[in-house]
Design a protein around this ligand. Structure first.
Ligand SMILES: [Zn+2]
Length: 421
């Protein structure tokens, strides 16, 4: 089967995806007619199958009583059918939004390769784009499962942001194998084996429910005594989707909160790749350099831009809490050019009242026009690409992330060499 291979998304890609979603969620159809299409295609589904579904829906749409709505739905379907051959389904599936929106007043088409596997197959026609499932898939990014399992019991925990929550802690009541003897030993041990296997089966089902449904996680780490955890991991009741999410397995002696702690301690170095740990390490490194006054870090939009222009930046730390777009304004009267800042996705005073705003140079009204709009992240990305600097988008879900946003304006840089800015 031809499909797009999934690699781990960078924090920057996820940030762009979040912004796209925010923008899509603000859109609606003209007159709130049910004409915006949301199409969720799970992995493994042939796009030819989707095309024939769409051709059916096209037929249905031609019978819609409100002719205008019917036409809008048909236009949306046509735009998808025309573009579908350019796409492949991916290991995570494909999500498509299309339709005539009130703000553009023409057909918009958005195809998104989701960061996690699409779990539903739906075709919807509504006044809004249905982004709910995609939102859920984005949230999965920050959630991890921990399983401590032994013959004596099991403990399941979820890490979300910087918090750890025990979601299940249970005893098995499977008797210990040791301390018996005599003629019946073999029979008793077989009985105990059956009880243990039943316990693992039950725990496997619990794990499926917890980590696939109740707390869908990015991945799971597992710990337990040597043989025990293997027996659990090989249990036939363990869902293959959960098996695919098992990231690392550790030898630990306990279950309960002590077991979970022991697993996390052992996993410390392997978890460096977890966004949470990586982000925290970056902010900590920035703060440390700042504290010793090494001049190897800087922060604030102006300083970071300047450092980027000097090709002095190793890594930009960009807070996902920043939502700035630059409007490049031109005065047709005096040819003056300047930049106005607005929040993402919100129409600014400039866009709404531009004809009533006086040019700061010649003082005339009616001459201002928006020449270009650029999100701050796109400008930073452009500058970073020109000089080979990396960008890490830092979430605001943890303390370090909030610190970056509140105390350091949300944008900072770790430099290649000391610079007095
Ligand atoms: Zn002017």
């Amino acid at each position: 089967m031809s499909s797009v291979q999934e690699k781990k998304r960078s924090s920057l890609e996820l940030y762009h995806l979040k912004n796209t979603l925010k923008a899509l969620e603000k859109k609606h159809s003209p007159n709130m007619s049910t004409s915006l299409i949301s199409l969720y295609i799970p992995p493994g589904t042939q796009l030819s199958e989707i095309a024939s579904l769409l051709r059916n829906e096209y037929g249905t749409a031609s019978n819609i009583k409100d002719k205008k709505t019917g036409k809008a739905v048909m236009d949306a379907i046509s735009s998808i059918l025309a573009r579908l051959p350019n796409y492949k389904n991916s290991d995570n599936g494909l999500v498509i939004f299309a339709g005539i929106t009130a703000d553009k007043n023409k057909v918009e088409f958005h195809a998104i390769y989701p960061p996690e596997k699409v779990g539903i197959k739906t075709y919807r026609c509504e006044p809004y784009f249905d982004t709910k499932h995609l939102r859920e898939l984005l949230d999965v990014k920050d959630q991890y499962g921990v399983i401590a399992i032994a013959r004596g019991g099991a403990t399941f925990a979820v890490i979300r942001g910087s918090s750890l929550k025990i979601v299940m802690d249970t005893d098995s009541f499977v008797p210990s194998k040791h301390g018996r003897g005599g003629q019946s030993q073999g029979r008793i041990e077989r009985g105990i084996e059956i009880l243990a296997e039943e316990f693992f089966s039950k725990m496997a089902e619990q794990a499926n429910k917890i980590f696939l449904e109740e707390y869908p996680v990015k991945f799971v780490i597992v710990g337990g005594p040597a043989m025990t955890k293997d027996q659990f991991l090989q249990n036939k009741n363990l869902d293959y989707r959960l098996k695919e999410k098992i990231y690392k397995v550790y030898d630990v002696g306990y279950t309960g909160i002590a077991g979970i702690r022991e697993i996390l301690e052992k996993a410390k170095n392997d978890l460096v790749e977890i966004d949470l740990v990586k982000e925290r390490n970056l902010v900590e490194k920035f703060k440390k350099e700042l504290a010793v006054g090494s001049n190897k870090v800087t922060y604030g939009e102006e300083a970071v831009r300047k450092a980027l222009e000097m090709a002095a930046v190793d890594t930009v730390l960009f807070s996902e809490g920043i939502e700035k777009t630059h409007l490049y304004i031109h005065c047709k009267n005096c040819d003056h050019r300047f930049i106005e800042v607005k929040e993402h996705h919100e129409p600014s005073v400039y866009e709404l009242q531009i004809d009533n705003i006086a040019c700061p140079k010649c003082g005339e009204t009616g001459g201002l026009e928006i020449e270009k709009e650029e999100e701050l992240i796109d400008e930073i990305e452009r500058l970073a690409n020109e000089t080979g600097a990396k960008i890490e988008v830092i979430s605001t879900d943890h303390e370090n992330g909030m610190e970056l946003l509140k105390a350091f304006t949300g944008i900072a840089a770790i430099l290649r060499y000391p610079l007095d800015l």
